[in-house]
Ligand binder design. Structure first.
Ligand SMILES: *Cc1c(COP(=O)(O)O)cnc(C)c1O
Length: 423
């Protein structure tokens, strides 16, 4: 397929933007080749700058669960835009979205809207530190919680050692407050979870090292360890929140966190995040309490309208059943395509990852042992077949309500050919 326009745009972009992109994974560095630029998208189809169409499994990394340019979402945004785009004062729609979130999530009495998942997790940690008077936190290697300083830390060495900052620019002193545990390994948490720990933050289903489900008892065990240490348990449901169920993964696993972070789906493609929890913690947030957190565009009418319209789509009967059905169909097709190759498919609902070169991934080290070169070849073959998936082995693919059975079948056929071509 011709890719001249994308190539020309990337050339220009590299002169005026770091790496030519506004977020690193868009640059396709881990799979090689130049990234495609997008011209438009509709439903489950995305069209590049050269006019080639693809079936899309990135879905803006999760938010587009209703499909691209879903008419009801577009109309909702169009309508509010004409009445003014941001006021810096409160609106009825914000109250409605907050009420909807509080009604759904049993663990959330009060919620604060912010502008991204990064802001949600950063602010939730501040709330936890403010509530406990403690500074240390525990996160898991391979879990991503946005790019704030203290969360850009994974495991440099063993789980018992202090965190090593992942990125230059993160002060050592801040990195040291982050203790890194092993996902699905309660002992690694027990060894770190003491009276200095303000919070344990976790993706209840990890999606940012590829899809890694929690093993039975893991999340329950975290709840117990937090209670014993007097630390707060934070579920980062920015990815899983409204994607895996109407009341988050927490309602499916029946573990109640102290604080929950949301984002992506609740903004329907516009910049949104949220954090919430029990009134006792949330009432310490300014202006109710002394823990400061603010935002010029927080709860702005466009983002709220897009989020509400997306929730409306998800509230239609059978939505989550459809996402599960489409995900299961894709999973079955992937497994058949892989045959006896050393590889595996891991899925929870509409989040799914094909891992090459390994039979199971339950923690970050397993993910890192994958054959990323094989994935890179597979990715390129799949793009040639007209299927656009995340350009990295360590990401979830997202199925939306707009993916038809026919598109899933086309995808499975394309995967079959791409797998065969990339051996
Ligand atoms: C995407 C993501 C974030 C960061 O959200 P941004 O809106 O990109 O800042 C945080 N946590 C999880 C689990 C995510 O998947």
């Amino acid at each position: 397929m011709g890719k001249q326009r994308s190539e020309e745009l990337f050339e220009r972009a590299q002169h005026c933007m770091p790496g030519g992109v506004n977020s690193p994974v868009r640059a396709w560095q881990s799979v090689g080749g130049n990234p495609l630029f997008v011209a438009s998208a509709n439903g489950a189809t995305i069209t590049d700058a050269d006019g080639n169409a693809y079936i899309d499994y990135i879905g803006s990394w999760g938010p587009m669960i209703a499909g691209h340019a879903e008419p009801t979402v577009v109309e909702a945004v169009r309508e509010v835009t004409a009445s003014g785009m941001s006021f810096g004062a409160s609106t009825a729609a914000e109250v409605e979205l907050a009420e909807r979130i509080c009604r759904r999530f049993q663990s959330i009495d009060k919620v604060r809207l912010v502008n991204s998942g990064t802001e949600a997790t950063m602010s939730a940690l501040r709330a936890a530190r403010g509530a406990t008077g403690r500074d240390a936190i525990i996160k898991f290697a391979g879990c991503y919680h946005g790019h704030s300083d203290g969360l850009l830390v994974r495991a440099g060495s063993g789980a018992t050692t202090l965190g090593v900052p992942d990125s230059p620019g993160v002060p050592q002193q801040i990195g040291e407050l982050t203790r890194v545990a092993v996902f699905n390994d309660l002992e690694s948490v027990a060894a770190l979870c003491d009276s200095e720990v303000a919070a344990v933050i976790v993706e209840p289903v990890a999606g940012n090292m590829g899809v890694v489900p929690p093993e039975p008892g893991f999340l329950e065990g975290l709840r117990e360890l937090c209670d014993a240490a007097g630390a707060l348990l934070i579920f980062d449901e920015v990815m899983t929140g409204l994607r895996l169920g109407p009341a988050g993964y927490q309602s499916l696993c029946d573990v109640s966190p102290d604080l929950t972070c949301l984002g992506k789906v609740i903004g329907g493609g516009l910049p949104v995040g949220a954090y919430g929890g029990k009134a006792g913690v949330m009432d310490r947030i300014a202006p109710a309490g002394p823990v400061y957190q603010a935002g010029t565009l927080s709860g702005n009418p466009l983002a709220v309208a897009a989020g509400m319209a997306t929730l409306d789509k998800l509230d239609e009967p059978g939505s989550y059943e459809r996402l599960e059905e489409a995900g299961a169909k894709l999973e079955a097709g992937m497994k058949a395509a892989l045959g006896t190759r050393k590889a595996c498919v891991q899925r929870v609902g509409s989040m799914i990852t094909m891992f090459f070169g390994t039979e199971k991934v339950s923690a970050y080290d397993d993910a890192l042992a994958c054959d990323t070169e094989h994935f890179g070849r597979f990715f390129q073959a799949l793009i040639d077949e007209g299927v656009w998936v995340p350009p990295s082995q360590f990401e979830a693919w997202f199925v939306s309500l707009a993916h038809s059975d026919e598109q899933i079948e086309q995808t499975v056929a394309a995967i079959k050919r791409a797998v065969a071509r990339s051996d």
